[in-house]
Design a binder for this molecule. Structure first.
Ligand code: ZN
Length: 555
């Protein structure tokens, strides 16, 4: 790693206004500066830079952080890369510790191996011909760094000559060991697709056979390694990121080649899952910039089932977008090759909304001419609707009634949506509590006070901003939720005395609520209840006299 001390030296040298000002045109606005956000498309500036806090925050898309974070996001760099870049621009000498040389070494191994594959592609005619026959341009081969993995023996020889040890090769997933202990190159006689993180760091490969071999997977990916987890990655994201943010839209397809061909046809916001279903682990990446999500899947039953699962999850999480299903046997790569870009454009412009798609898919599984089956279809559709927010349940009641032709009075909704809805709701839509927010802002400006209050309060006494308080206590100061609070002018910071008074106010509110709860608790005996009530009243009395009584959970 880069030594913390030299990072601090660099940080002290940086001024957020100067750093961001090198990329964007800034306008003065009170104590802050404003600009049009580079991370999402907007006409009126909601991107704020605070010289006093040395942070930026976008009220439109939630992007935020310090100078280093900005350069990471804007230039698609990872943390050390951004540090290196800023250090050279601001003439700061960096010192490195030993661990960093290891990371650097891993990266070098994969980068060089990728160069080796790319070189092999130029040497092995059939591989190049395969790409050209699928309609892939030379420029796309360059852009996506496509290559060819030769026979295992050749790759092993290359790795050996480059000084890559067997341990390193195994760790990085480029060498594998068979049950009988034989060592071989994991990718052999396959065209290769390097896989990058959102920040553009090479972490693994996909490989596809181009001959008629049997008993091997047509398509394989790197195994899970310390740097590669395919269920968190999206193929092509690092190249699609800018368009995704600008356009506010992301297209998810099933194959690497689909991504490449779509980019070639101008759909530069296309990405693909790496041979896995879309899962919860992809959500953090998908949420960046809050784009509309278009699932563009194959028309075979596997594709439709995958689309249904993904659409159920995304609609349940309250994310917006829709589904495009291609005609059976046709994929977007072929459509681009056949010059059907206009047709694609029309398809992507009118995806079927997640909820409509899910309801129609559920009903299509039943023979609705048969009343018994129809009733079952209704049951399943209602079960699905009940995973949505109450408002959406209401909105789609009529739709379900129409497509299933049942009367609305037979559709019984309004079970509480499942718990996960709460954590994924857009935080700006929650109720705001200025007293709680002010305490958080005060703590952000005076980190010393965090220790002082640790014994006195817990996030239990917060009603609306528990998550933010936990972030402060957990020292996750750069979390976007906190940056948003830190930069707002309408939330004030408390002076010492006022701060204590506010904490006491929150404690009193908390204990009064606890008192109300006690009677409804059935597991306590009358004696226990009156004992607890007495205890809480004592605390409340002391609080009322202005004494800061440490938080205690009596229930
Ligand atoms: Zn923004």
């Amino acid at each position: 790693m880069i030594e913390q001390e030299s990072i601090e030296t660099l940080k002290n040298r940086l001024d957020i206004v100067d750093v961001v000002g090198r990329y964007l045109e800034l306008k003065k606005s009170g104590a802050n500066f404003k600009a049009n956000c580079p991370f999402h498309d907007e006409n009126s500036p909601s991107f704020v830079i605070s010289p006093s806090k040395q942070i930026y925050h976008c009220f439109g898309c939630g992007a935020g952080g310090d100078s280093i974070k900005f350069v990471m996001e804007y230039e698609n760099l990872n943390y050390p890369e951004a540090i290196e870049k800023l250090a050279s621009e601001y003439n700061v000498q960096l010192r490195h510790t030993k661990g960093d040389r290891d990371n650097y070494h891993d990266k070098k191994i994969l980068d060089n191996y990728n160069l080796f594959f790319r070189k092999q592609l130029t040497l092995f005619g059939p591989a190049k011909e395969y790409f050209l026959s699928r309609g892939v341009y030379e420029s796309s081969i360059e852009k996506f760094e496509l290559g060819y993995a030769p026979h295992s023996q050749e790759s092993l020889q290359y790795l050996n000559q480059s000084g890559v040890s067997m341990k390193e090769g195994l760790e990085l997933g480029i060498i594998a060991k068979s049950d009988d202990g034989r060592v071989y190159a994991r990718f052999s006689k396959r065209i290769t697709f390097p896989v990058f993180t959102a920040g553009g760091k090479l972490v693994g490969f996909g490989g596809r056979i181009i001959d008629q071999r049997e008993n091997v997977g047509k398509y394989i990916n790197s195994p899970t390694t310390k740097i590669f987890d395919k269920s968190t990655l999206l193929y092509g994201y690092h190249k699609a990121k800018t368009t995704i943010m600008k356009k506010g839209e992301i297209i998810i397809v099933e194959g690497n080649l689909d991504v490449i061909m779509l980019h070639q046809a101008g759909f530069t916001n296309a990405v693909a899952t790496l041979g896995t279903a879309l899962t919860q682990k992809h959500i953090p990446l998908l949420k960046r910039g809050d784009p509309k999500i278009i699932l563009a899947y194959d028309g075979d039953s596997a594709g439709i089932t995958a689309a249904f699962k993904a659409a159920s999850m995304l609609s349940h999480l309250g994310m917006h977008g829709g589904v495009v299903i291609f005609a059976k046997g046709i994929d977007p790569a072929d459509m681009v090759k056949e010059g059907k870009s206009e047709e694609l454009k029309k398809l992507f412009a009118k995806p079927k909304g997640f909820i409509e798609f899910c309801l129609e898919h559920i009903i299509s599984q039943f023979d609705t001419h048969n009343p018994i089956h129809k009733e079952q279809a209704l049951k399943e559709a209602v079960t699905y609707l009940n995973t949505l927010s109450p408002m959406l349940q209401d909105e789609y009641k009529g739709y379900l009634s129409a497509i299933l032709s049942v009367q609305e009075r037979h559709i019984h909704l309004h079970q509480a949506p499942q718990q996960t809805m709460q954590t994924t709701q857009n935080p700006t839509r929650r109720h705001e509590d200025i007293a709680e927010l002010s305490i958080i802002k005060t703590l952000l400006s005076n980190p010393r006070m965090i220790d002082r209050i640790l014994n006195v309060i817990s996030s239990d006494i917060f009603q609306n901003h528990k998550q933010e308080l936990d972030l402060v206590i957990g020292n996750e100061i750069e979390h976007p939720l906190l940056a948003g609070i830190n930069i707002r002018d309408d939330i004030k910071e408390y002076e010492d005395e006022e701060f204590t008074r506010q904490i006491i106010f929150l404690l009193r509110r908390y204990y009064n609520n606890e008192l109300r709860k006690i009677n409804s608790i059935t597991t306590l005996s009358l004696n226990e209840k009156s004992f607890i009530i007495r205890k809480i009243r004592e605390v409340l009395n002391r609080l009322q006299r202005g004494e800061l009584v440490p938080y205690e959970n009596f229930l």
